[in-house]
Design a protein around this ligand. Structure first.
Ligand code: G1P
Length: 279
């Protein structure tokens, strides 16, 4: 059973400066709800109630968000504004939150390794909150992946086809298709140029990892950009046939880019906020 979900959230969010100068990028609102809250909702929907956040300097707002604000609650008690807090209250009631700081920014692999003591020796999920994933047709992406894990018991990455000229923005995978939506991964490359990319199947920010990944990351040399890459660590597992890539059902918005952020905002406004379901 997977119970824990890790949120690496230590990054600076430089693409959204100056908004992210004094505020964590994970707190950027999609209409009125911060990105990180969408991620935690997706985890809870998948049955993952133990939330492990990897934060850093200047990220205290994350902890405050997943805590009660007595003054505010008292202020709006018995008014119609209370409904705005129903979503976040539910997360606070049903999940536990633990935090650790990534002291140096040495890449996503390093961030995940920083959270080892919060996870221990069990399989866990990882959500990159920048990638907002929404499935209006059925269960969320993490729930789909947890189900797959229960069947296959190995690491799983979520993938999506991207235009060939965009491979340099993603971890790219290739392998053998076991089903039209499941690939057994044999190759993984972090942010290859289009000419070097083994395919145009890109990893998006949802992972399920088996706990041996920690030891593998420890032995992983810095890769692309001089950073310790989770893609390189996963490649070690893939050599033993222990990584699946899953073409998820639903849509993904790259909220680390202004374009994706605006698309997500418009989408959530139309589908959720206007219907009174945006908080
Ligand atoms: C990270 C991973 C990359 C993955 C991407 C998904 O990159 O290193 O493999 O494709 O997340 O969003 P980042 O976007 O943090 O540079």
């Amino acid at each position: 059973m997977i119970k824990k979900c890790m949120f690496p959230a230590a990054g600076y969010g430089t693409r959204f400066l100056p908004a992210t100068k004094a505020m964590p990028k994970e707190m950027l609102p999609i209409v009125s709800k911060p990105l990180i809250q969408y991620g935690v909702e997706e985890a809870l929907e998948a049955g993952l109630k133990q939330i492990a956040m990897i934060t850093g300097r200047g990220k205290r707002a994350l902890e405050d968000h997943f805590d009660i604000s007595y003054e505010l609650e008292q202020q709006i008690q018995d008014t119609d504004k209370e409904r705005y807090l129903t979503g976040i209250r539910r997360l606070i009631d049903e999940c536990t939150f633990s935090y650790t700081r990534q002291v140096q920014m040495k890449g996503l692999g390093h961030a995940i390794l920083s959270g080892q003591s919060l996870i221990g020796d069990e399989p866990f999920a990882v959500v990159l909150a920048d990638d907002l994933c929404i499935n209006t047709e059925g269960e969320g992406v993490l729930a789909q992946m947890v189900r797959l894990y229960n069947q296959f018991r190995c690491s799983i990455v979520a993938i999506q086809e991207v235009p060939p000229e965009e491979t340099h923005k993603y971890g790219i995978v290739a392998g053998e298709m076991l089903r039209d939506d499941i690939m057994r991964v044999s190759t993984m490359v972090e942010k290859p140029k289009p000419a070097d990319a083994p395919s145009n199947m890109a990893i998006i920010g949802r992972y399920i990892l088996t706990p041996d990944i920690f030891e593998i990351i420890q032995a992983t040399e810095p890769g692309k950009g001089g950073e310790i890459q989770i893609t390189d660590a996963l490649m070690q597992q893939a050599r033993n046939g222990l990584v699946l890539a899953y073409k998820f059902k639903g849509q993904r918005f790259d909220c680390g880019s202004a374009e994706g952020y605006m698309a997500a905002t418009n989408f959530c406004y139309e589908h959720f906020y206007k219907a009174g379901k945006g908080y």
